[in-house]
Design a protein around this ligand. Sequence first.
Ligand code: AHR
Length: 680
Amino acid sequence: MSRLQPAFGLITAALLGATLAPAAAGASESPAPEHSLRINTSGETTSIPETMHGVFYEDINDAADGGLYAEKVRNRSFEYDEVDNPSYTPMTAWEPTSTGGASGTTEVLDDSERLNENNRRYLRLELNGDGRRDSAYGVTNAGYHSGMALKRGEKYDFSIWARSDQPGGTPLSVTATDGSGSPVGRTMRLQVRGDEWTEYTGTFVAHSDTDTGGLRVLAHGSGTVRMDMVSLFPRETFKGEPNGLRKDLASKIEALDPGFLRFPGGCLVNTGSHESYQAPDWERRRSYQWKDTVGPVEQRPTNANFWGYNQSYGLGFYEYFRFAENIGAMPLPVVPALVTGCGEDKATHDPQLLQRHIQDTLDLIQFANGSVDTEWGAKRAAMGHPEPFGLTHLAVGNEENLPEDFYEHFEKFRDAIEQRYPGITVVANSGPDDSGATFDRAWELAREQNAEMVDEHYYNNPQWFLENTERYDSYDRSGPKVSLTEFASEGNRFENALAEAAYMTGLERNADVVRMSSYAPLLAHEDSPQWTPDMIWFDNDESWGSTSYEAQKLFANNVGDEVVPSELARSDEKNGVKPVYQVVTRDDRTGELIVKVVNARDDAARVRLNIEGADEVAPAAELTTLHGDPDAVNTKGSQPIRPEHSTVQGVSQQFEHTFPAHSISFMRIKTPGDRPRTDS
Ligand code: AHR
């Protein structure tokens, strides 16, 4: 995986307000530094895994449909239901529409005329038109939230499955409109022929901008026309993938240079019924079962999402694997353990059902890694990816509150996987908290079962993070490793980013134990957050990173390959807050030391840095800093917390630097004696 180097400008730190202490010669004129940071470059180092900083993606806060998934049509297959959300009907987001005095009726049906057994409902239009070109009846889709965002000059691909009972067929006129109903592109004219379900497609280029747009689908003449899977996609998706992702959001995630992508949740993975969609007694609210989400999109069933809406599954496991591959992240899928969490807290001990889920998990590994001659490898190839995805890690379960039940199931999954696919790391978990009886018992069972890795999750106030940066110093080095794939301090102010950054210095220092970490949740539509804080916010056409996003991005892009021992002399705490929090790593590719310092206090911290064991230190170091008002919040209109780049002069084996109050700093110091690695 590539590690991106930030582009450094030549603005000096002095211009940016940071105080630069004079290099050794002039130091006698300044007051003595308050702190001394010893960096031992010849000390024993700890290697940092490439998975150290990653992302946890969950379909929460409308992250998928109406978010990362670029589809513009909401409720495209008329499957919305009050089980998803009490306010839903099969016609949610659709309005009957007529032009030129045409009339007709609309009805959503779930009967034997359906598109297929998974995509059960469809729209039937009864038309009473006279066939004139300007007279037609049909429906308009309002898109997600405030409407569809369409951009002038961009190409859009329309598709629909339809059938007509008219011998000569039924003409359709399809028009994208702005908020007032005026066209924003040419009307696409299609002819539905025959009473068999067939897919029809069209394309247009928007000639004006709108962010309150809709899509009008009108049928001409008389008779019956049936419609399903009405879709509108921008041609320009992330990396040009078909059925792809919204470019701005996917690019913001890519900019985090994530070491892994955990998906698809979260609570939505393990809550609800564990029956299959095909089972006679299936319930509409089912746990996320990956097989529902692959194959042609029109053959995927939809499902109620734990967070109170419908999930179309257009963004499914194939698309997640592709996304992980496209951003150079290790895929980390999560499967249900048949023990629900997130307040449902119920274990399903049905041996047959459990066996089916274990088999589904083995099939998932085959889907990801199997050759094209295997059943599931062939399905992956049929979707366009004959090469394996290289799955190495997989999590069973999420935050189960019933450790005995969970570990009983976990062992069965893990043993079956180990037997068939010995190279796969199966990740267990310790429930929803940082401590307590469930946490302790889960860890005890994880150790007893020799689990390779335990996933921890916790959300706490900023002070907790500042006071617990040494949490992992005392973890057993010979026990299971930790993946901390859900953490955040409660809030989206810069104060929160400071606390998280301080905490991350402790995660990196303990990279031998903590092998993965990710902030959560990743995405939130500003109109429908079910959970705050979140890392990246968006509306229908714009997105912006929170202060935590900026901190996460800097950590992941400056992670380094090994931790170099460092120590702050006199670490007197004020109200539980240390003078500064630090970790020093080395980038083996460039031979640079990366000194990461978080000052969460109200006063600047003047620090003398002693670089021991380095024969030579380059006099100029690149510095990237986030600093500002701890109350600052990055919003759509204003992002006060952004990285500032500068060059620190006068760097030597011993030099002073002042880290501003409320700042997160990444200083890259060249030590020319340490030869850069040449193997990549
Ligand atoms: O990140 C939001 C939720 O927090 C996740 O769904 C769950 O795993 C945790 O409780």
